[in-house]
Design a protein around this ligand. Structure first.
Ligand SMILES: NC(=O)c1ccc[n+]([C@@H]2O[C@H](COP(=O)([O-])OP(=O)(O)OC[C@H]3O[C@@H](n4cnc5c(N)ncnc54)[C@H](OP(=O)(O)O)[C@@H]3O)[C@@H](O)[C@H]2O)c1
Length: 262
């Protein structure tokens, strides 16, 4: 299995990342001729996914959006889809019954720690999208994927699945929970041969990180690595160097998640 590589000129290299493959997976998902649904596809990483999927020859791309009029990319099919609304999720699964790949990308974040006065409300709101949204979509589309031959499920997670410095406390917890969900789904969907891929990365240059003065990958870079990993049959893509280091450090005497934020 080849490793996912990127040129140093375009960002951190992935040379140190070990591919994580499912030995039970017989055939990796292919983008060419796939029918793909991307949630939150009107902007940011979701839009980059939609564009790259079309460039790689996907037969159809459903661009899920809370407000479909904000989907302006040529070549995609706009689909009204707020992942926190079960009736819209069910309607999407009925309309997009030809889907072979679901990309659970929609997500929200809010700065703040668990000791903030409103942290319960914030946490519930974030979990509704980042955890229950992914759960609802996965349940609604599992039968669709099965009928269409297995296909794939790609969940957009984060390096904060494994660290929580308290600055984005509820968001980080939601990504930890969504990582656990993704691992369970990989096992539960193995029988129907659905490839389940977890995408983890640090900062990406989108609206979500506007105002954060930190190094950021481009959405295009992350999406290319994610889709390369999917087509290579990987279960997990660690899309940048920070993420690789954090994951590799989990077994260190003092793992990164114990280090207080500077
Ligand atoms: N940017 C980063 O640094 C970074 C790093 C790691 C992981 N991620 C993850 O990457 C994913 C995409 O983030 P992004 O950076 O592209 O953020 P973004 O630019 O803020 O875009 C978020 C997208 O999610 C959609 N969305 C939010 N709530 C939704 C809901 N209830 N139903 C359907 N769509 C909803 C938004 O739609 P509207 O336009 O309607 O708001 C928008 O299309 C998220 O899961 C995020 O957690 C981002």
């Amino acid at each position: 299995m080849s490793q996912v590589q990127a040129s140093p000129a375009r960002g951190p290299t992935l040379a140190t990342s070990l591919p994580v493959c499912n030995p039970l997976q017989k055939e990796a998902m292919k983008i060419k001729d796939a029918v793909v649904l991307v949630t939150g596809a009107n902007r940011g990483i979701g839009l980059a996914f939609a564009r790259e999927l079309l460039a790689r020859g996907a037969r159809k791309v459903y661009a899920g959006a809370r407000d479909p009029t904000t989907v302006t990319e040529a070549g995609v099919q706009a689909l009204q889809l707020d992942v926190t609304r079960p009736e819209q999720v069910a309607a999407a699964a009925a309309r997009a019954s030809d889907v072979t790949l679901v990309i659970n990308n929609a997500g929200i974040a809010q700065p703040g720690g668990f000791l903030a006065a409103d942290s319960e409300d914030t946490t519930r709101r974030i979990f509704e999208t980042n955890f229950f949204g992914v759960l609802g979509m996965s349940k609604a589309f599992a039968p669709v994927l099965r009928v269409n031959g297995g296909g794939g499920l790609l969940n957009v997670l984060s390096v904060v699945s494994w660290v929580n410095g308290g600055e984005l406390a509820a968001y980080s917890a939601s990504k930890s929970a969504a990582w656990s969900l993704t691992n369970a789904l990989r096992n539960e969907l193995a029988a129907q041969k659905t490839q389940v891929l977890a995408l983890h990365m640090a900062y990406v240059d989108t609206d979500l990180t506007r105002g954060f003065e930190v190094p950021k990958a481009s959405p295009e870079q992350i999406v290319q690595r994610a889709l390369n990993g999917l087509e290579a049959g990987l279960d997990e893509v660690l899309a940048d160097e920070i993420t690789q280091q954090v994951k590799a450090g989990m077994t260190a005497a003092r793992p990164g998640y114990l280090t207080p934020a500077a």
